[in-house]
Design a protein around this ligand. Structure first.
Ligand SMILES: NC(=O)c1ccc[n+]([C@@H]2O[C@H](COP(=O)([O-])OP(=O)(O)OC[C@H]3O[C@@H](n4cnc5c(N)ncnc54)[C@H](O)[C@@H]3O)[C@@H](O)[C@H]2O)c1
Length: 438
């Protein structure tokens, strides 16, 4: 049943905007969506989302049918009678690492012109500390700042099942007004100041990114001393004070959030003149890690000039088609620069930028047919359905570098592959189960 007492306008129908739109509609609210891209709105009106995200297409079509969601090409129709206007526009990185706030500023200016008095304007985009205070002072709007913590690939379920709801507000009452929208989720709510909420979002991502870089340093040490990074990190992470989440070595963190959010904090720390050694190190390790994986491949092949490399995975993570700031694309540039010839397959990527040195293949085996080596760059579980013998039989030089530690090293060695994971080789003495560690 649609609740007629409260209506919500979502401004910006990208990953966060659509997860929020579908999430609020699932909670029973009437939702109207607006985006500056009219073609995106027309697609959404037909039930077509612009990206791959588990469960979102079905949920969207169901809500379109009941009328709980609608999409509009003009903001005045979408926002005119809304009780809450929720801004979910992008905040990409500028050249100097700071957050580009131009989309947020444009959205605020547009909303100022059309909103009804008494509507609550909620900013959900990730912004640097102090941004909401400045926006509030410039516009006179009593904002709520409610950062989003969802992960692409599980965006709608994350929206509906958050660990906590963080709300930055000028007063406790304003914060609680927004939090009341999500009361049915029965999650812990933290109402705090704008700056605290902005920093909770930024430092949450920075800590997760730090864990990834930490795991990669562990893996590189394990490689050097012939230990198994999965076993080591399982043993470290099972200490409750540390935790296993995100202690996974690989090619590093890519995608539209972690790197830009750490860069933005790094920029703010520079402006404020405060220490930023951990932020710098997190970024530096993450810049070096993809190069290190390419170095491993180069070492195993004895050079990359003229080598044919089959790549599995382009999206920045499994479950999404998002290639924004995907490290796979950077690694393709590096491989090309070192003279390799590249063919790639990703189940969710249908095209690459014009001029890309990489050719797309229609499936896993076509990507590696006659290649010298296989390089795994996204942890799509369906890659595991390809039998190891089928991989080995197609690779001329039988080299496999698994940048996501997706495969079992020993099973790959058993079919004659020269397997290199990140911090793990065949028979390097480990498994990732705690039983094997203890
Ligand atoms: N993607 C994630 O996993 C994620 C998770 C948590 C937080 N965030 C943060 O949420 C924000 C949005 O991220 P996203 O990934 O959804 O971005 P996105 O690029 O997928 O979507 C942004 C949308 O806003 C639209 N837009 C831009 N300017 C507009 C305007 N003036 N009026 C209306 N629409 C406008 C764009 O056309 C686009 O459709 C960012 O600040 C991001 O850092 C993202």
């Amino acid at each position: 049943m649609i609740r007629e007492d409260t209506s919500i306008c979502i401004v910006g129908t990208g990953y966060v905007g659509m997860a929020s739109a579908v999430g609020f509609a699932t909670l029973g609210y009437r939702v109207r969506g607006y985006d500056i891209l009219p073609e995106r709105i027309r697609d959404l009106q037909r039930g077509v989302t612009p990206y791959r995200e588990a469960g979102i297409d079905e949920a969207l079509r169901a809500h379109l049918e009941t009328g709980s969601i609608s999409f509009h090409e003009d903001l005045s129709t979408a926002a005119a009678n809304a009780d809450f206007i929720i801004l979910c526009v992008g905040t990409p990185a500028s050249h100097d690492g700071s957050s580009d706030l131009s989309h947020v500023q444009a959205a605020v200016a547009a909303v100022e012109r059309v909103r009804k008095s008494g509507s609550v304007v909620v900013l959900r985009s990730t912004v640097p500390a102090g941004t909401t205070d400045v926006l509030a002072a410039e516009s006179g709007i009593d904002f709520v700042y409610a950062p989003e913590f969802l992960r692409e690939g599980t965006a709608v379920s994350d929206f509906l099942d958050p660990d906590r709801i963080v709300v930055g507000a000028s007063t406790k009452e304003m914060g609680e007004r927004y939090a009341a929208l999500l009361a049915a989720l029965e999650k812990p709510v933290l109402v705090t100041s704008y700056k605290n909420a902005e920093l909770i979002k930024g430092f949450s991502n920075a800590f997760l990114a730090l864990k990834v870089s930490f795991a990669n340093e562990v893996a590189n040490m394990c490689d050097a001393v012939d230990a198994d990074a999965h076993a080591v990190l399982a043993g470290v992470g099972h200490d409750k004070r540390i935790g296993t989440a995100f202690l996974r070595p690989g090619i590093g963190f890519g995608g539209p959030c972690f790197e830009k959010d750490v860069m933005s904090l790094h920029h703010t720390a520079g402006v404020q003149g405060v220490g930023r050694e951990l932020l710098s190190a997190t970024l530096r390790v993450n810049t070096n890690q993809p190069k290190r994986i390419v170095d491993i491949l180069e070492f195993e092949l004895g050079g990359l000039s003229g080598a044919r490399i089959g790549i599995w995975g382009l999206a920045f993570k499994a479950g999404t088609d998002d290639v924004r700031d995907s490290l796979a694309l950077r690694m393709i540039g590096d491989l090309h620069g070192r003279g390799a010839k590249l063919t790639a397959y990703d189940p969710s990527v249908r095209s690459l930028d014009e001029g890309s040195p990489c050719v797309l293949a229609p499936n896993e085996l076509a990507a590696i047919d006659g290649a010298d080596a296989l390089l795994v760059l996204t942890e799509w579980p369906q890659f595991l359905d390809v039998p190891p013998w089928a991989i080995a039989s197609r690779l001329r030089r039988r080299v496999m570098v698994d940048g996501r530690n997706l495969f079992d090293p020993d099973a790959m060695a058993d079919v004659g592959l020269i397997y290199r994971g990140v911090g793990r080789k065949p028979n390097s003495g480990g498994s990732n189960t705690l039983a094997a560690v203890s």
